[in-house]
Design a protein around this ligand. Structure first.
Ligand code: DX5
Ligand code: ZN
Length: 220
């Protein structure tokens, strides 16, 4: 299954509800939370998350680019987050964090920056519903895709298939019509796209187009 996840970081904040409704055909929504410490940028918090959740039935994938993520799990689940994806670089105990999220009733995930290797985490995947491989340095939309991270996707795909796990592989950063096929061919399931969706004249059409390109690349 292929999931296209528009990142509302690239939406028009003065018309956020409107932009969210434009991508009602997307499989889920990607909500980027930045604290100005873990990454050098600020985005939004639980209140905006709650407002978004109020205008859509869509699944909210929360990308927590924040320090001490554990302090915020409850707040983001309460605000409507369906899956919480924290950064392994921001915690000392990723397994405990994953357990904590599931105990609170949400799906769990972790993200890794481009420079973080995936090997140390492979034995712990059963605690996570998603692993998100960053294909840009987290903090800003509209950056260039880093194809060198696809080696991590291949490693994850092999490992997940061999062990029969159902952990999803996500990719985040620089995904668009020109890059989605190579990510899909490497074995990505969930594709985050910010500027490629909300920068398009017709965001819904952009979502369908990305899904088609990914499906074709997965099949070939
Ligand atoms: C970057 C964010 C991404 C961002 C992707 O730190 O995590 O989710 O919105 O934006 P694009 O698709 O424009 O690279
Ligand atoms: Zn993100």
């Amino acid at each position: 299954m292929i999931y296209i996840a528009p990142s509302i970081l690239a939406a028009d904040y003065a018309a956020l509800g409107n932009d969210v409704r434009k991508v009602g055909n997307a499989d889920l929504l990607h909500v980027d939370i930045m604290d100005g410490h873990f990454v050098p940028n600020l985005s939004f918090g639980p209140d905006v998350t709650r407002a978004v959740n109020g205008v859509t039935e869509q699944f909210l994938d929360m990308h927590l680019m924040i320090e001490e993520p554990e302090r915020w799990f409850e707040a983001y689940i309460d605000a409507g987050g369906d899956r919480l994806v924290f950064h392994v670089e921001a915690t000392d105990d990723h397994v405990a964090a994953g357990r904590q999220i599931r105990e609170l009733g949400a799906q769990s995930g972790f993200a890794i920056k481009p420079g973080t290797s995936v090997e140390p985490y492979l034995d712990d995947l059963e605690h996570f519903d998603e692993v998100m491989v960053m294909s840009v340095e987290p903090g800003f939309g509209g950056q260039k895709f880093m194809p060198e991270v696809l080696g991590k996707v291949l490693t994850l795909r092999d490992h997940i298939n061999e062990r029969g796990l159902d952990t999803l592989i996500g990719i985040d950063g620089g995904i668009g019509a020109g890059t989605i096929a190579e990510a899909a061919a490497a074995g990505v399931d969930a594709f985050v796209a910010g500027s490629a969706v909300f920068g398009a004249d017709n965001p819904a059409e952009a979502v369908d187009n990305l899904r088609r390109l990914a499906a074709e690349a997965r099949e070939s």
